[in-house]
Design a protein around this ligand. Structure first.
Ligand code: NI
Length: 171
């Protein structure tokens, strides 16, 4: 296992729409382990495959810093089934935007369907922070970034920071 380099804002792969993983072979399983390891080492709450340069529909989440019983999880070919509940504003960051934190509106409930390594489908229902992280990661798979949820005025305020991130700096 080896951690993978994380792509930062400005790299084209972050804007790509990811493709389903068709072949759940040993290589795919190894990649998913590496994705999880990369997230854990970077202390992220979530990491999508295109953030490490592979436009595949998969992401990892780790909420163990909020819930000691939470194990890191990997989702394969996930799709949103339902999003609802209250719309809540909370601060979000992203490993592809080092140092940038912004208040983002998200629904506080989300259900996704995903498959396990045996190709078996299952539903995963989430609320609160987990629902937020899942929506953020699903966005990544569609080439959508958290800053896309900001208003044009909010985007203008962070323009200089975005330029610095593109240049490889932490803001
Ligand atoms: Ni992100």
């Amino acid at each position: 296992m080896a951690p993978l380099p994380i792509k930062v804002y400005g790299e084209e792969v972050l804007r790509q729409k990811s493709m389903d993983i068709e072949n759940l072979d040993g290589k795919a399983a190894q990649f998913l382990e590496d994705l999880k390891l990369t997230m854990l080492q970077a202390r992220g709450l979530g990491l999508a495959a295109n953030q490490v340069g592979r436009a595949l529909r998969a992401f990892a989440i780790d909420l163990s810093q909020f819930d000691v019983l939470a194990e890191p999880k990997v989702f394969i070919n996930p799709e949103i089934v339902d999003v609802g509940g209250n719309v809540v504003t909370a601060e979000e960051g992203c490993l592809s935007f080092p140092g940038l934190f912004q208040n983002i509106e998200r629904s506080d409930r989300a259900t996704i369907k995903s498959i396990n390594l045996d190709g078996k489908e299952y539903l995963f229902e989430a609320s609160g922070l987990v629902a937020r992280v899942i929506q953020h990661e699903i966005d990544h798979l569609d080439g959508v970034l958290f800053i896309d949820h900001l208003t044009p005025a909010q985007r203008t305020l962070i323009k200089r920071k975005l330029t610095r991130i593109k240049a490889g700096e932490r803001v």
